[in-house]
Write a protein that binds this ligand. Structure first.
Ligand code: NAD
Length: 292
């Protein structure tokens, strides 16, 4: 299941929708990304987000604050962005330095600008199946990739989600439930994990343990969505990225499987752009174009 191509298609559709917004409503969605500190991985993510935001024709604002920024200072920045009508989406790159309370920061973002979908109002709306929720990006991407392989109707399929984090496991479980899947959520205390996975029509692995899901965990013909990003030592003294699924083993039995890299990863940024477009449409009372 080619996440790179699917993400490109989604970004093309978003770019076309933004063109229409500009022409018909004189609107250009804007995304503000706030980075605190110098975490190298976060710097790469933020740079990529900025580049992709501009590529689809949105406005990109980046705020790089020093590691010693206080919680109060960050809250002031968020209040400023909440009040800025040219900013439709606000993303605070996680993790934050230890002296800043992440929950306090997430809850300070105006829910209608919370393009990560982590605010309690958005997770509550997702839980209740309400319209207008901003849904976390990686889970959205997982469901899009599952549908790309299986078609739009996932009704009645048994989905086994491994992981129960607020960022991936829980929200993807809610989305799959909305799609009328029978959802089993597994985690670190689950007994007989392999046996449960073998019953799945769809496996979503979001654990952070390299190559955990093996061939005999996968039912022949199942669809496997691998969210994990793990760096391991490679034979040549270098390192390489692998997922939570042993791709080569699982691919022998699965009907469809996402690679790492090139699977869920590219969908996450594409869905962030989609959320910014959705947020902009909601804030301006404009209908979201069908193509996205
Ligand atoms: P997390 O550490 O918050 O959660 C991991 C979950 O796995 C927990 O709920 C835990 O109960 C479960 N778990 C741990 N050990 C287990 C075991 N032995 N058996 C079964 N379950 C176990 O992680 P997260 O933020 O949900 O991320 C999970 C993985 O997905 C990581 O590798 C992360 O890097 C990756 N990720 C990728 C993207 C992307 O864009 N592709 C986005 C977010 C996270």
């Amino acid at each position: 299941i080619d996440g790179k191509a699917t993400a490109q298609q989604l970004r093309d559709n978003i770019a076309a929708a933004i063109d229409t917004l500009k022409q018909q409503h004189n609107l250009q969605p804007g995304l503000a990304v706030v980075l605190v500190g110098e975490d190298p991985a976060s710097q790469v993510y933020v740079r990529n987000k900025g580049r992709k935001t501009l590529e689809v024709g949105m406005n990109s604002l980046e705020f790089k604050l020093p590691a010693e920024t206080s919680e109060a200072e960050l809250l002031t920045k968020i209040a400023e962005l909440n009040g800025d009508p040219s900013v439709n989406g606000i993303l605070v790159q996680l993790p934050l330095p230890d002296h800043i309370n992440e929950t306090a920061i997430i809850e300070a973002i105006a829910p209608e600008k919370d393009v990560d979908g982590f605010h309690a109002v958005n997770s509550g709306k997702l839980m209740n199946g309400e319209q207008g929720a901003l849904v976390p990006c990686t889970p959205q991407g997982c469901v899009m990739l599952a549908k790309q392989h299986l078609g739009d109707n996932l009704s009645g399929k048994h989905a086994v989600v491994i992981g129960r984090s607020n960022i991936v496991g829980k929200p993807v479980s809610m989305l799959l439930l909305q799609e009328s899947c029978t959802v089993t959520v597994c985690h670190s205390r689950t007994r007989n994990l392999a046996e449960i996975c073998r019953q799945a029509d769809i496996i979503v692995a979001a654990v952070g343990r390299p190559l955990m899901v093996k061939r005999d965990w996968v039912k022949p013909g199942a669809t496997v969505i691998d969210v994990g990003i793990n760096r391991i030592d490679a034979e040549d003294g270098k390192t390489r990225l692998v997922g939570d699924v042993d791709y080569h083993e699982a691919a022998e039995v699965a009907a469809g499987i996402t690679p790492v890299p090139g699977g869920v990863g590219p969908m996450t940024i594409a869905c962030l752009l989609r959320n910014t477009l959705v947020a902009s449409c909601l804030q301006n009372g404009v209908e979201l174009p069908d193509s996205v």
